[in-house]
Design a protein around this ligand. Sequence first.
Ligand code: ADP
Length: 470
Amino acid sequence: MKVFHLSVECYPVAKVGGLADVVGALPKYQTKLGVDAGVIMPWYDRPFVRDHKFSVIHEGTFYQGSELLNYSVYHEENNTLGFDLYLIKIPGKLDRQEVYCYPDEGEQFIAFQHAILHWFKQEMIIPDLVHCHDHHVGLMPFLMKYSNEYNFLADVKTVATVHNGQYQGWTHWSKAILLPGFDSWKWGLLDWDGVINPLAVLIKCCDAYTTVSEGYLEELYVEANGLQQLFYDERNKSWGIVNGIDWEIWDPQTDYTLAGNYGPANAFEGKLKNKRALAQQYKIDPDLPLLVFIGRFATEKGADLLPDIVSSLTANDPNRLSIFILGAGDPAIQSAIKALIDHGIENFDVFFGYDEKLAHWLYASADFLLMPSRVEPCGLNQLYAMKYGTLPIVHQVGGLKDTVIDLQKDGYGVGFETLDITDIRSAIGRSLQFYENKTEFEGNQHRIMNLDFSWDKSAAKYISLYNQLI
Ligand code: ADP
């Protein structure tokens, strides 16, 4: 079975968040299960691309509106990632450093999709299935079925995975001229509330859509930034498949980025070693339990609550725990957190920015990981935390609800029902109490490190979905 994953992120080529982790892992595990799975993504001016050997396997040109675009398809020669990796380069459009936030983003994504279609047509590539990740490639199933030039792909099955339904790629109708010519009777499929909505197009036109957890699927039927009715109406073709973690990258026994490796048997000591090394560089006390937050500074992640959480935890007793925040994003959130640092709170430190190595090190050093997310389609942080023996303290939404069962319900993590500061504090208070009972805490560490959140199971579920469609 020949499958192409289309995505604008893929770890380690270009990562902004969980989308990259999934697209960097799922095809690898599918390949191990016998599927010929490849990834097609934009070309980026990034270290992975500069440091690996690529050959140009195809070149072509097409019109985007009145602009003639030249594109090249690069193939990574050594199968470094365990699957075929293809990059589409278009000078001036797909040759940049960052993944998002360019003013012509919509045009970039249209060009990316058009180049793939053009390449397939020129080389007569007809895969069994095209798997589209998020709205950036949301127009593909429509164009494969209804564009005049590319409807030779109309019978190819398409799967859409929604990693985050909040972002939909809204595009003004004036940009329709940039699309390859399509059957104008079908324009309604492109429309949602008077604009072209690529996520809505994807859900309408795909053969099946999946969300990255079952809990998130249920939530999308109720609230999906305006698309809830659509998700509900199309529910007969929906699947909830929880993400896995790539154990070749996320395993404290082999993770080369750590100050010391450890397994379930010596987790407490191994984590302490990492915490001590961290304390040499950052303002935390290695003798106190360590609570960390890792993530985008976005309201979706509840990062706006962090200043209040930190203030309320440290107001009366700054020597009860250390706190570390790693993140970047909304400048207002960033300056509120910076104000706490300027205030000189003890045993509290922050790294503003994106740092993959530091993230690994924090999962290994921390005793607790806090996730006060308002929305969490799956959430990978809590899965990584558990693999590294760190107790997750999470808001019970979406994938967090599916993957973190509270200690009070015979589970292994700590949950809170509302985003009220008192509720969050009480969850952290419960975690600190639990920490004090060393035998139980270490027993739980052992348990969470052995939970099976592997890709093997989830990759197999995707394959069974593909088989049903094909
Ligand atoms: P998102 O909604 O951001 O995709 P996920 O939980 O699905 O959330 O995935 C987040 C991924 O990004 C994890 O691998 C996490 O470790 C990583 N991450 C988030 N912020 C940072 C950061 N500032 N530095 C390093 N890694 C980060």
